[in-house]
Design a protein around this ligand. Structure first.
Ligand SMILES: Cc1ncc(COP(=O)(O)O)c(C=O)c1O
Length: 409
């Protein structure tokens, strides 16, 4: 590809030095989880080798070092998404836990029977099921922004959805199935004009493009470390500080308190009041390193690289007319994701033939069953790209798809 700082990037990722069935691994499932560069892996082993200890409480050197590494990671992440303060960054296990935190701590305290939550038809189950549960518990209504055939949201009737009862909006920044980038800034600004509090599921945007939470102006913003070169088991909730200060904790126990007596407790300051118990210290440190790595490449370069791969792949699909791509007319696609089907053949058969060629793609409903229903299919095959992919991966995918065609027909 045309970007000099992406040359030879696979060398930074140890997994690409292994062979599978005598072939190089072609990894096209980064929307599910990404591979890890050596810097991230080294930061994990270095923590365990050099300063493994619990944080915040130790009055000794290695605990002070571990605390510094953990809190520095918070600063790095705050800067990366342009948060107003690192106090606005809460470490969670993943995007899913961050959404559940908001559902339980904010929505359950602020919405009442008859109020409604607005979602979209393209949400990942993680940004749907927690709202179904809270809606049942509090007798809230769920209303949905619909999608159109090209994979974009239908936004011309927002006033019909943003009624007086609408109190909360939660939507994905980028679809994990179609790659659509939603115009969240506009939608949030309209929602705020109606007094609606907002959450952005940024699990598929933060890894792939530059984001600025102050500019987006969301009240809550969530993402997962493992989808952006970081370790699994670490995620982020960003929220405006005044909201966090007025919000009750979600989990209770050690570290989230300032003072405890036998019958009562006072909470620690933000953000620690939302991080009960020993956190994923090494996960946060690894995520900080992943952010350094991404920053070094430059988020706009990453976005451009993926767009180039996407265009190249779409061109190659013109040789395979029987394959249907979902949502590709949408010009705002991130370029990171292509979902497709081949006649009535099950995506599992397609993925398993590709696996025989050492090509890893996803097949299934991608945790978005309502969207599959809307697209009229039970499942799709999904190829998703990231920083380490290049044209040769796409060429191998298309050789694999020719094989799929010859095996299945
Ligand atoms: C759009 C979107 N939201 C949320 C999630 C959930 O992420 P996690 O499983 O890391 O919590 C995913 C994961 O695929 C996703 O693609």
């Amino acid at each position: 590809m045309g970007l000099s700082n992406f040359h030879d990037i696979k060398k930074d990722f140890p997994i690409f030095s292994r062979q599978i069935n005598g072939r190089d691994l072609v990894y096209l499932d980064s929307a599910a989880t990404t591979q890890k560069p050596i810097e991230v892996i080294d930061s994990i082993t270095s923590y365990y080798k050099n300063c493994n200890s619990n944080i915040h409480r130790g009055i000794y050197s290695i605990s002070i070092e571990a605390t510094e590494l953990y809190e520095n990671a918070r600063n790095t992440i705050a800067k990366f998404i342009n948060a107003n303060s690192s106090r606005e960054i809460i470490f969670t296990r993943n995007a899913t836990e961050a959404i559940n935190l908001v559902a339980n701590a904010w929505v359950s305290a602020n919405l009442k029977e008859g109020d409604s939550i607005i979602l979209t038809e393209m949400e990942h189950h993680s940004n749907l099921v927690p709202w179904q549960i809270i809606a049942k518990k509090l007798k809230l209504k769920l209303n949905f922004i619909k999608i159109q055939a090209d994979g974009g949201l239908i936004l011309d009737n927002l006033d019909d959805l943003f009624t007086d009862n609408a109190k909360f909006l939660s939507l994905t920044h980028v679809s994990n199935v179609l790659g659509t980038i939603n115009p969240i800034k506009d939608i949030i600004s309209k929602a705020h004009a109606h007094g609606i509090t907002t959450l952005v599921d940024a699990a598929q945007s933060v890894p792939h493009m530059s984001v600025d939470v102050q500019n987006i102006d969301s009240d809550f913003f969530v993402f997962s470390g493992h989808k952006m070169l970081g370790p699994s088991g670490i995620g982020v909730l960003h929220a405006k500080k005044d909201i966090l200060e007025n919000m009750e904790p979600f989990l209770y126990g050690g570290d989230m308190i300032s003072n405890v007596s036998l019958r009562e407790a006072q909470w620690n300051d933000v953000p620690w009041k939302f991080e009960a118990g020993t956190p994923n210290i090494v996960g946060a440190i690894g995520l900080g390193k992943a952010v350094d790595y991404l920053d070094n490449l430059g988020m706009s370069n990453i976005h451009k690289h993926e767009q180039e791969l996407y265009s190249y792949a779409i061109d190659r699909f013109s040789d395979l007319k029987e394959f249907k791509i979902f949502g590709f007319e949408n010009k705002d696609s991130t370029g990171g994701v292509i979902s497709f089907s081949y006649s009535d053949f099950h995506p599992h058969d397609i993925a398993s033939i590709l696996d025989g060629e050492s090509i890893a793609v996803r097949a299934g409903h991608h945790c978005a069953q309502p969207l599959m229903e809307k697209l009229g299919v039970p499942a799709t095959t999904r190829a998703s790209f990231y920083v380490y992919n290049d044209e040769s991966d796409i060429d191998k995918l298309f050789d694999g798809l020719q094989k799929v065609r010859s095996v299945l027909t």
